[in-house]
Write a protein that binds this ligand. Structure first.
Ligand code: 5GP
Length: 205
């Protein structure tokens, strides 16, 4: 059976990757979400098992040492990880799995699973990225300063990705990500088994 696609969406914080991710999921409901583990506390409106699996640092460490993660990263002051088993189950079933994770995690996935499709969401300019981060109003001055500090070096990581999408307007960026997913589904390399089995069928004269 044809395996599903593993699609990773990443980029610096403030690039708007969360908004684009949610919009793509809405428009392509056949995509399966990967639910991450995090050690941060739930925010208002977040539900266990829907947005994240909220774990203690001890439980996260145990899962990590037991090899339960596909990738892990420390993002600012919290730990995040993608549970491996559900992702491989979905891919084996032929489902396409869509992730929104930080750049370090995206690079780990590309190294372990090179056939994944990685998309870097780029803000249209550094000034706009700064404005978006400030506009969120959810960050303390200290966390804002940290995020701005790392944003420049994060932007320079685009070269590790397969595609870049400029998020000038969320709707256009969403469409571009959807176009990439559709094109990747049609790649020869991803359809070779089907093509070969078609060619092997001999027609009776
Ligand atoms: P937040 O705490 O705001 O939900 O997410 C903070 C950052 O963590 C975002 O950049 C998000 O992409 C990233 N993130 C969420 N889940 C994962 C994960 O499983 N692995 C990695 N590496 N990053 C994640």
């Amino acid at each position: 059976m044809k395996k599903g696609l593993l699609i990773v969406l990443s980029g610096p914080s403030g690039a708007g990757k969360g908004t684009v991710y949610n919009a793509v999921i809405q428009k392509m409901p056949q995509l399966k979400k990967s639910i991450s583990v995090t050690t941060r506390s739930p925010r208002v409106g977040e539900t266990e098992g829907v947005h994240y699996y909220f774990k203690s640092v001890e439980e996260y460490d145990r899962m990590k040492s037991d090899g339960e993660f596909l990738e892990t990263a420390r993002v600012y002051d919290n730990y995040y990880g993608t549970p491996k088993a559900p992702v491989f189950e979905m891919l084996e079933k032929g489902d396409d799995v869509f992730f929104e994770i930080d750049i370090a995690g995206a690079k780990q996935i590309k190294a372990k699973y090179p056939e994944c499709v990685s998309v870097f969401i780029m803000p249209p300019s550094f000034e706009i990225l700064e404005r978006r981060l400030r506009g969120r109003g959810t960050e303390s001055e200290e966390s804002l300063a940290k995020r701005l500090g790392s944003a420049r070096s994060e932007l320079a990581e685009y070269g590790c990705f397969d595609y870049i999408v400029f998020n000038d307007e969320a709707e256009k960026a969403t469409q571009r990500v959807m176009d990439i997913i559709s094109a990747e589904r049609s790649a020869i390399s991803r359809n070779e088994e089907k093509i070969k089995s078609m060619l092997e069928i001999k027609t009776e004269i």
